[in-house]
Ligand binder design. Structure first.
Ligand code: SF4
Length: 376
């Protein structure tokens, strides 16, 4: 790590640089021994040109990257790349901005990374979103032509997001619904973790190839597991202890939020591991159910209070089980999984449930656990 001068000059300390590289290495699922290689790639002199387009969105993805209470991920990202066009960040505007976009596309044809934030409206030839006199549809197609790869950052660019929610009046879609001949990486989330974007770019710089993607086009290292598998409230789920309502003592005691609509059992993301704001928090840790923002079939498609179906067994989590006084009534995660698989229904787990549902029937609301447990 001998060429860190330009990072220090940009306000990032050596300690923060190393810490961020180590954190990013961990996000990618690589051993710590790879951190030095990642750091080396981060300070390589060749900075890939990046064009960042905004369409139908709230700019929350950019904001979450830039307004983090700890600026290291954003600083590192912006120092690693040559950000040639970003409407929120660039000083220029009007014709000057348009010129820089076109100059970069021409000079770096076939080499630049295109990052897209926001959905693309398609109805009536895309007239519902225009920038610089061109529709989002035209701008995306033009910019995609010369892109080496495309990163759809956020759920709107990945799947259409809230703009595409029924009745979808503008015909909004995600990038992959329009561009079919380029590698596209989806980094969904509302907003996504800045580390997931940073890790994706760093993976590319380190290994000179794209990370392995799942069937939704998401990097497996960040979206390979359900948040339910590492949630700190999971032992309560396995014990059948559920928060009854917001503000209720069961809520304050950290019981599982499944009955309040938590979509964690069906949501693939690393929020429960990576967390946010360098403060170790994420929505579920502060009492709000997961809204499934990385899943196209859940966010803005399923009411926040509705329960998701649990179709598959979930592996053991990383937290110790809660200490049930009546140990004979405790349920293991395996029991949970088998029940979920057999019933295919929105079951809260628990041994009492296992006993009451020998035929794997959908439980009545009062049977889904929790009521008896919080009296302990
Ligand atoms: S349902 Fe939600 S709150 Fe409960 S364990 Fe799963 S992710 Fe955590």
């Amino acid at each position: 790590m001998s060429q860190l001068g330009h990072f220090f000059g940009s306000g990032i300390s050596r300690r923060d640089f190393i810490k961020t590289c180590v954190a990013t290495t961990a996000v990618m699922g690589l051993p710590f021994s790879m951190a030095a290689k990642v750091a080396e790639a981060a300070q390589a002199p060749d900075r890939p040109p990046v064009i960042w387009l905004h369409f139908q969105e709230c700019t929350g993805c950019s904001e979450s990257l830039l307004r983090a209470n700890h600026p290291a991920p954003a600083t590192l990202l912006l120092e690693m790349i040559s950000l040639d066009y970003h409407e929120t960040l660039m000083a220029g505007s009007g014709h000057q901005a348009e010129k820089s976009l076109h100059d970069s596309m021409k000079a770096n044809h076939g080499k630049y990374i295109l990052i897209v934030e926001g959905a693309i409206p398609t109805k009536e030839n895309g007239i519902y979103c225009k920038v610089g006199g061109k529709t989002a549809l035209e701008s995306l197609r033009k910019a995609a032509e010369g892109a080496a790869a495309i990163i759809s950052v956020g759920t709107c660019a990945s799947y259409g997001g809230i703009q595409a929610a029924p009745p979808n009046p503008t015909g909004a879609v995600g990038v992959r619904d329009i561009i079919k001949d380029k590698p596209i990486i989806n980094i969904p989330g509302c907003p996504p973790s800045p580390y997931n974007l940073l890790s994706t770019v760093l993976y590319f710089l380190t290994f000179k190839k794209l990370p392995e993607l799942d069937q939704m086009g998401r990097p497996k290292f960040a979206y390979g597991r359900r948040i339910h598998e590492h949630c700190e409230r999971r032992p309560h789920f396995d014990a059948g202890r559920f928060a009854k309502d917001y503000g209720h003592e069961t809520h304050a005691q950290g019981y599982c939020l499944y009955k309040l609509g938590c979509k964690g059992p069906a949501t693939y993301a690393n929020c429960s591991v990576q967390r946010f704001n360098d403060a170790g928090v994420w929505p579920v840790s502060v009492g709000h159910p997961c809204i499934g923002c990385t899943e196209p079939d859940i966010l803005f498609r399923t009411a926040i209070a509705d329960k998701v179906q649990i179709h598959e067994p979930t592996p053991f989590d990383s937290y110790a089980p809660v200490d049930l006084k009546d140990k004979g009534k405790g349920a293991s995660p395996v029991t949970t999984g088998v029940l979920g698989l057999a019933a295919g229904a929105a079951l809260g787990a628990g041994a009492m449930l296992a006993r009451k549902l020998p035929d794997a029937e959908q439980p009545a609301e009062h049977e889904q656990g929790g009521d008896h447990e919080h009296k302990e």
